[in-house]
Design a binder for this molecule. Structure first.
Ligand SMILES: Cc1ncc(C[n+]2csc(CCOP(=O)(O)OP(=O)(O)O)c2C)c(N)n1
Length: 922
């Protein structure tokens, strides 16, 4: 490669090369024109400045040395020894050798080492030795990419640490520990390969070093007193991490392969928790939590349950981590301590650059409401994704390049050099602890088999697999190295291997192969099947009044924007006059009472502090100073924190984050709000793969609340529908509540009911179709009395005369209010309107009770705004039919459409009024 295709490096100077070269020129003209520090450096080079020559060295050569060293730091990684096999061909490389710069060994020997690095003091006699060392550091089995870091303090720290302190020497004991760990990792995979032929396990072989790396992270975290470790990873190597990092007994793991009962082998000391859903999941998606003191201090090590969707677990893990880092009880706002938890995210080399969720998640890393003080990312880079090689799966040189945009340091490390892998982890953790920022390790290895163990990879990747097949496994390679250097004898090596195999064989022997546990019923736990009963959620008036007054009290000298001040002043009226409580007001009262009851509240969403529709005003700004004030953080009877953040413009990562937060802090009323409900489809996989199904799959519970603005108000196909049908289609087994509420008091009671069930076996997510125009419609606003007693009403029924009613109309949300308003204008005793406030679980008993009272009824009409193939109709029709007996059930709404609504506002009005008129015609 050398000699041809060489190019001058792009004009992006490293740390400060351009500046340095300029200073050198100035120094040559007038030494006192540069700082004392530079004078000292340059004086070690130059004495005969007038001639431009130093002891016979042309000053141009000095500049060439500077350029060379800068290139090695910036681009040395391109030729570094980081690939155990199948080295990529690189063209048009920057100049990286002394010959490339027309320098000679003798030229460099005449120059001081300090010119190359300030950190080689005492280690290099001259620039030649220093350049050689620099190349070893930057082009060895670890390659560093840090020159993109914008923060000078961080970049200088990295440079100093890398050049003075990045490679450790390992004691005999440490080496034996590493070899033992590798022997266990490989022994486990080989045993399963031999004994469970064809079973999918997504072997770790090729990136085995991941396990000792994780073990080292845990040890460092223990030394740093970090008690919680949250790990997210996909299928690859997961079983190995479960057994050797979370210490899941071999017996449990093997039982899963044998379809016998793994729980029989759950450690009796309670140190391992593996949650289990009633329908279950494949073994390489399951997680667990291990309590251990193996590394010194007591730690909880959690591996998040994971769906098949690659990388999607990343924000969930971040949310869990943040929850671990926060104190939310007994404080006005959460107190965050980054040292209380560490997130480790393990990625695939194809998936990391391919899946946008990673960019959304990295964008959270330095945001006030989301930061976790630095995640450790490890890419298990086996150079192939399923059958696709990297040249087809990314446009970048490395899988890690996308992390550069987030100012994250990156190291690539050869997975066959286990000591280098450990060194990388040490650097990463030092950086994280120093700066509370993310760090990426690209663990470059290979994949021993096909995508799974049944696949024949030579069919699709013949050149890669020619090399893989002849390549020794790491434990053999490292073992032989230790024997060759005299650290251990061959017998000692073999004994380590034998013990590793023996441990797993004896575990296998302990399992009764005939004891199958197959349960086709897969029954829900009692709490889930029982569902949520009605609970009294009213709040005494004096308590509400006090809370309201405190919510409307601002610090001395705090000046609100004039118009807003008037709006907020009106929030006194329900308590002083006979005023109404509107939507935003009702919601804040609910949150205020919830924190008084001891549940922390965390609310996030795009522009949620004010509210998309300027309805909330939970955070206020001083008109003159810009200072912020959050009244709910100043409530005297509050027992827990109130936290609210405007989120970044993401749906998938932020929903995942809030979900994870609530999995970990089940006591917290955790609320995510979509800007418009339809945007929630940007996080569809969070709904499908976690929120709706996690309890059944993994026994993972949350009480996450999702606020999705939804209603047909002429805003076009997107901002009309929150795609209610999706949530109803996924509703089963009491997995969540889906509501579309038309009374502010009912919304208050719904939120309070949700809080009531938090952290109980009846907790479940809540999806609320929230209003837009109804936010300011007095018809849905209630007086304070409706808040002081009562509970959430799944249906709202107007007064009616049993014998008069011929037509029962059932409708939900905004269209129900359209009908209600019309009936107020033109009362008709033959029509009874039922406002269906909770759609799932369907309040069938309540509906049935109404029907049974109506003796002369001829028809039940279900009215919706959405097209017939969308909204609630397909969900509700069979259920209404069953409740209706002989009474006809008819549909009133838009016809089937591929798009949710018409685009033109005038056409919308026409269609909407036709629906209302048709429904109200007897
Ligand atoms: C979101 C998503 N898309 C597609 C797949 C199917 N799939 C499973 S593994 C895989 C390849 C992953 O490659 P890589 O990220 O390099 O991880 P590896 O399996 O090589 O460890 C693909 C495409 C998936 N699981 N998730």
């Amino acid at each position: 490669m050398k000699g041809k295709n060489l190019e001058e490096a792009p004009a992006r100077f490293g740390a400060n090369l351009g500046y340095l070269l300029e200073m050198f020129d100035l120094y040559q003209q007038n030494p006192s024109s540069v700082t004392g520090e530079l004078q000292e450096l340059f004086s070690t080079i130059s004495t005969g400045r007038s001639t431009g020559s130093v002891s016979g060295i042309d000053s141009e050569k000095v500049k060439s040395v500077m350029r060379l060293t800068d290139n090695i730091r910036q681009y040395g990684h391109l030729t570094a020894d980081i690939y155990p096999l199948y080295k990529p061909r690189r063209e048009n490389l920057p100049k990286l050798t002394i010959e490339d710069f027309d320098l000679t060994k003798e030229d460099l020997e005449k120059l001081p080492a300090k010119l190359v690095s300030a950190h080689f003091e005492g280690h290099a006699a001259n620039a030649y030795e220093a350049v050689t060392q620099l190349a070893e550091i930057y082009q060895g089995t670890i390659a560093y990419e840090v020159s993109h870091i914008n923060n000078t303090e961080e970049r200088d720290w990295l440079k100093k640490t890398i050049e003075s302190n990045s490679r450790k020497s390992y004691s005999r004991e440490e080496k034996i520990t590493l070899l033992t760990s590798l022997a266990q990792v490989e022994g486990f995979e080989k045993y399963i390969h031999k004994n469970f032929v064809g079973a999918k396990r997504f072997s770790i072989e090729g990136v085995d070093a991941l396990v000792p790396m994780l073990q080292k992270v845990l040890a460092i975290a223990s030394d740093s007193s970090i008690p919680n470790i949250q790990i997210g990873m996909a299928h690859r190597g997961r079983l190995n991490v479960l057994t050797h990092v979370l210490e899941k007994p071999y017996e449990m793991m093997l039982s899963e392969f044998m379809h016998t009962d793994p729980m029989k082998f759950l450690p009796e000391d309670g140190s391992l928790t593996v949650t289990k859903g009633w329908t279950g999941d494949v073994k390489y998606h399951l997680g667990g939590v291990k309590k251990t003191s193996r590394y010194g201090s007591e730690q909880l090590i959690a591996l998040a349950n994971n769906p098949s969707h690659l990388e999607i677990v990343a924000p969930v893990v971040l949310g869990k981590t943040r929850a671990d880092q926060e104190v939310t009880a007994g404080v006005a706002q959460p107190e965050v301590d980054f040292n209380k938890a560490l997130a480790i995210l393990i990625h695939g080399d194809a998936a990391f650059p391919g899946q946008g969720i990673n960019f959304e998640s990295m964008n959270l890393s330095n945001l006030k409401g989301y930061s976790t003080g630095g995640s450790l990312h490890i890419i298990t880079n086996n150079r192939v994704g399923f059958t696709t090689e990297s040249y087809d799966s990314r446009s970048t040189v490395y899988a890690t390049d996308v992390a550069k945009g987030y100012d994250i340091p990156i190291v690539h490390v050869n997975a066959d050099d286990v000591e280098a892998c450990i060194d990388s982890v040490i650097l990463a953790m030092q950086f994280r602890q120093q700066f509370n920022k993310d760090f990426v390790i690209d663990l470059v290895g290979y994949r021993r088999y096909g995508h799974n163990e049944m696949d024949e990879p030579s069919v699709t990747n013949p050149m890669l697999y020619k090399e893989v097949k002849g390549h020794p496994s790491i434990e053999i390679k490292y073992g032989k190295e230790l024997v060759a250097e005299g650290t251990i004898t061959e017998d000692e090596m073999n004994e380590i291997f034998r013990q590793a195999e023996e441990a797993i064989r004896s575990a296998h022997n302990a399992i009764d192969k005939n004891e199958k546990v197959l349960d086709a019923k897969m029954a829900m736990p009692e709490g889930v099947s029982a569902g949520q009963e009605t609970v009294e959620t009213g709040v005494a008036k004096d308590r509400l009044t006090k809370l309201n007054d405190e919510m409307l009290t601002y610090p001395e000298g705090f000046t609100l924007f004039g118009k807003l001040s008037k709006i907020l002043d009106r929030r006194h009226e329900p308590f002083t006059k006979d005023g109404l409580i509107d939507w935003g007001h009702a919601e804040l009262l609910a949150f205020g009472t919830i924190i008084e009851d001891g549940h922390p509240v965390r609310l996030t969403g795009q522009d949620s502090e004010r509210g998309t529709f300027a309805q909330r005003h939970a955070v206020l700004s001083d008109e003159n100073t810009g200072a912020k004030y959050t009244p709910l953080q100043h409530i005297t009877d509050s027992q827990a924190s109130f936290d609210i953040h405007n989120s970044p413009l993401s749906e998938a990562a932020v929903v995942g984050f809030e979900y994870g937060y609530n999995v970990e802090n089940k006591d917290a009323m955790t609320v995510w709000e979509a800007q418009y409900g339809d945007f929630s489809n940007m996080s569809q996989m969070m709904f499908d793969n976690f929120i709706s199904s996690a309890n059944a799959k993994w026994g993972e519970t949350t009480g996450l609340t999702l606020l999705l603005p939804h209603a047909y108000e002429g805003q076009g196909p997107e901002h009309s529908s929150a795609r209610l049908e999706r949530y109803l289609q996924l509703g089963a087994e009491n997995n969540w509540t889906v509501a579309n509420v038309t009374s502010t008091a009912n919304y208050f009671h719904l939120l309070r009911r949700q809080a009531h069930y938090l952290n109980t076996d009846k907790m479940r997510p809540l999806v609320v179709m929230t209003p837009k125009s109804l936010l300011r419609n007095n018809v849905v606003s209630d007086k304070v009395d409706a808040f002081t007693t009562g509970s959430f009403r799944p249906i709202i029924v107007d007064d009616f005369k049993k014998t008069k009613v011929k037509k029962l109309l059932i409708a939900s949300g905004k269209v129900a209010i359209d009908l209600y308003t019309e009936l107020q204008k033109s009362p008709n005793e033959e029509i009874l309107l039922v406002r269906l406030e909770q759609l799932y679980p369907l309040p069938a008993e309540e509906i049935k009770a109404v029907i049974s009272e109506l003796k002369g009824i001829k028809e039940i009409g279900f009215v919706q705004e959405e097209p017939k193939n969308q909204g609630s109709w397909n969900y509700i029709y069979p259920q209404l039919e069953a409740l209706a007996g002989n009474i006809a059930v008819n549909y009133y709404g838009r016809i089937e459409r591929s798009s949710p609504s018409e685009g033109d506002n005038e056409i919308h009005k026409l269609v909407q009024s036709q629906i209302i008129q048709n429904a109200l015609t007897i």
